[in-house]
Write a protein that binds this ligand. Structure first.
Ligand code: FMN
Length: 201
């Protein structure tokens, strides 16, 4: 089949997320100017450069109490800082709890019973048990086409890795099994791995 998004997909559910898949999940922690901590998953997330290392995530839609974007975006606009926490398979249920449409005053760390650790280079909490966390300062916030579509780009200023995930100098994803977002309500877990040499290597 072929469809043009402007005409609709004619399927029971939008297949877009099942096509752009699997996606890593950036579990974004932020701290508001009032000191309140916030945590939410974003799968429109990826790394976008090495030197300096930069990441992006996109906030789509808004909430009743926040007409322009979501709590993460609001905090980031106010402070210029955020932390990306990696989600292991073991953390899938806690991650899901933090995706609820809670009021701005709600601390999702507490709701999901997650222990906080302080970031080193920014004023923000991170998920202590996360296999890795990237402390970021904002480079740009780009308003995308459509209503309330915003892309946040951040420079990574600090990197945390769990020591038990480093095996012979390699950050070993099979030690923590990253969670990946697919389409619909589906997820996958990275449990097997193979390597390919590039042409000429
Ligand atoms: C796995 C997962 C991935 C998500 N990815 C995104 C995303 O990329 N962009 C987005 O705007 N919302 C995404 N959401 C929904 C947000 O997490 C949800 O709206 C949340 O309430 C936002 O919280 P906040 O207002 O504290 O930032 C995702 C939800 C889940 C469960």
């Amino acid at each position: 089949m072929f469809y043009q998004p402007k005409d609709g997909h004619r399927l029971p559910h939008n297949p877009f997320n099942a096509i752009v898949t699997p996606r890593p999940i950036g579990w974004i922690s932020t701290r508001g100017p009032d000191g309140s901590d916030n945590l939410a998953p974003y799968s429109f997330f990826n790394g976008v450069s090495y030197v300096p290392p930069q990441v992006m995530f996109a906030s789509t839609g808004s909430k009743e109490d926040r007409p322009i974007g979501k709590d993460s975006l609001t905090n980031i606009r106010d402070t210029g800082e955020f932390c990306v926490n990696v989600v292991s398979h073991a953390m899938k249920d806690a991650m899901n709890v933090t995706a609820g449409l809670y009021g701005a005053e709600v601390d999702e760390f507490e709701l999901a019973e997650l222990i906080k650790a302080e970031c080193e280079t920014i004023n923000c909490a991170r998920v202590a048990a996360s296999p890795a966390s990237l402390e970021c300062t904002v480079v740009d916030i780009i308003d995308l086409r459509g209503e309330n579509n915003h892309m946040v780009i951040g420079e990574v200023t600090g990197v945390h890795m769990a020591d038990d995930c480093i095996v012979d100098g390699i950050f070993d994803v099979l030690k923590y099994n990253p969670l990946a977002r697919l389409g619909y309500r589906d997820y996958s877990t990275v449990r097997d791995l193979f390597s390919l040499k590039r042409p000429g290597e």
